[in-house]
Each structure stands twice: as C-alpha cells, then as structure tokens.
Design a protein around this ligand. Structure first.
Ligand SMILES: Nc1ncnc2c1ncn2[C@@H]1O[C@H](COP(=O)(O)OP(=O)(O)OP(=O)(O)O)[C@@H](O)[C@H]1O
Ligand SMILES: [Mg+2]
Length: 226
C-alpha cells in the first residue's frame, strides 16, 4: 500500500444532531494513511462529533465521508462492524468489561480476529507493559484507578495494530510520564502505517510529539498545519 493512500476523506461534511444543533458545517479534509493527526479546538468545537463519525457512531447529515474505502453515508451495519474491526477506538464512553480481567479485556480484539491464546499472550503482555500495567494482568477493572482503567482501554485499542486509531482525549487522566509513553507508542504505530487521530486539549503534547494539527472552531475548519 502506498503511504500516500487516502484513509479518510470528507467533502463539505455537515452534521446536524436531532436537537437541531449543527455540530459540524462544511468540513473538507483529507487524511492519508500513516498520518499522526491532532484535533484541537475549544470545548464544543466538534472534535468528538467528528471522531464519532469516523467509526460510524453517528452518520453525516450531508456532504461525503469515506473511511478506509467505506462510504459512511451509505454503509450498512455489517460494513460498519467490519470497519470497526480495523479501528482502535479510545473513547471515555467505551467501557471495559468488568467481568473480565485486564488481560482478557486487552486480548478481546485479537480473539475476535481468531488469534490462538498462545500467540496472543506475548502481544497482550507487551502492550500492557507499554502502558505501565505489566503487573496487573489478572486484576479486574474495578480494582483499578480511573487512569489505570483508561490505560487498559488504550492498550485494548492498540493491541490488534488497527489501520486507524481514534482517540478522544486519551491522556486526560494520565500523569505526564505515562502520557508520553502512550504517545511514543501511538507514534510508533503511525510509523508502521496506522493512521492516528487524537482529540486533545493538551497542547504540550504537540511540542514533544509533533504531528499534523487540525483545528476546529464552532464546527468549522479553522486551521490545518504542522
Ligand atoms: N448528542 C448530542 N445532541 C445534541 N448536540 C450535541 C450532542 N453531542 C454534542 N452536541 C453538541 O455539538 C457540539 C459539538 O460537540 P462535541 O462533543 O463534538 O465537542 P468537542 O469539541 O468534543 O468538545 P469538548 O472539548 O468539550 O469535548 C456542541 O455544541 C455540543 O453541545
Ligand atoms: Mg469532546
């Protein structure tokens, strides 16, 4: 696959919630495979809404949106499910399974892909070590702090090396060192070809881990650069 391949393309994308609120108006963007992208902008600018459209959580009201070759205005449920199998989603409302151990939560995307237990063990261990939870494999989520649970969710989203990683303020609950380590790993994945799109208010990250910065303001594109 060419590095220049378009992973997400939108033309005059508009989103109107049932309440009538226009969350995004006329956004045109092209994101290539392997890009590392920050989504910034004030609270209410439309960052989470945009990310949600990238995995079919909400559908565009008008304009066009192509994600990994899928037309998000036309795609049926099975197409969207298939797309999510190649998408790592780090959202605060994507909860962990509380009846399963940390290990099983992180192994889940690999099991869905049919990985055998002996093959997935080293991968799960490695990813959990990365987020500093190498010694908590057999804990249950309820025994973890909020930030630790967040790190399990991050590990789960990264474990299957998805083509696209969507992260909504993933470092919000994390201390500086852990946030840096998570960013290091996300950057590694992007160098290996994953497209990473991350909404954040943490502008310090942009200095230590530079990327493309897409700025939204009141639902419109307000900037796009490095
Ligand atoms: N389910 C919904 N129904 C109606 N309006 C919504 C809904 N979700 C979000 N909005 C509105 O759409 C706009 C964009 O919200 P969004 O959550 O995308 O902003 P954001 O940039 O992620 O903000 P924050 O930085 O606070 O997370 C806001 O005005 C918000 O109130
Ligand atoms: Mg948000």
């Amino acid at each position: 696959m060419s590095v220049e391949q378009s992973q997400i393309n939108m033309q005059r994308l508009m989103l109107r919630y049932p309440s009538g609120k226009i969350a995004l108006s006329g956004v045109t963007l092209d994101i290539k495979q392997g890009q590392f992208v920050y989504l910034v902008g004030e609270s209410g600018a439309g960052k989470s809404s945009l990310l949600r459209m990238f995995y079919g959580g909400i559908r565009p009201s008008s304009g066009s949106l192509m994600v990994q070759g899928v037309d998000m205005r036309q795609a049926g449920e099975s197409k969207v499910r298939e797309l999510r199998r190649h998408t790592g989603i780090i959202f605060q409302d994507h909860k962990l399974l509380f009846s399963r151990t940390v290990f099983e939560n992180v192994a889940l995307p690999l099991r869905v892909q049919g990985w055998k237990t002996e093959r997935l063990i080293p991968r799960v261990r490695k990813v959990l070590a990365y987020v500093g939870l190498g010694d908590r494999l057999w804990s249950y989520p309820e025994a973890l702090s909020g930030g630790e649970q967040q790190r399990v969710a991050i590990a789960r989203a990264m474990t299957a090396k998805p083509a696209v990683i969507l992260a909504d303020e993933p470092t919000g609950n994390l201390d500086v060192d852990t946030a840096r380590r998570v960013l290091d790993y996300l950057m590694d994945l992007s160098r290996q070809g994953a497209t990473v799109i991350m909404a954040t208010h943490d502008l310090h990250l942009l200095e230590s881990h530079p990327g493309r910065v897409i700025q939204l303001h009141a639902g419109a594109l307000a900037g796009d650069g490095r």
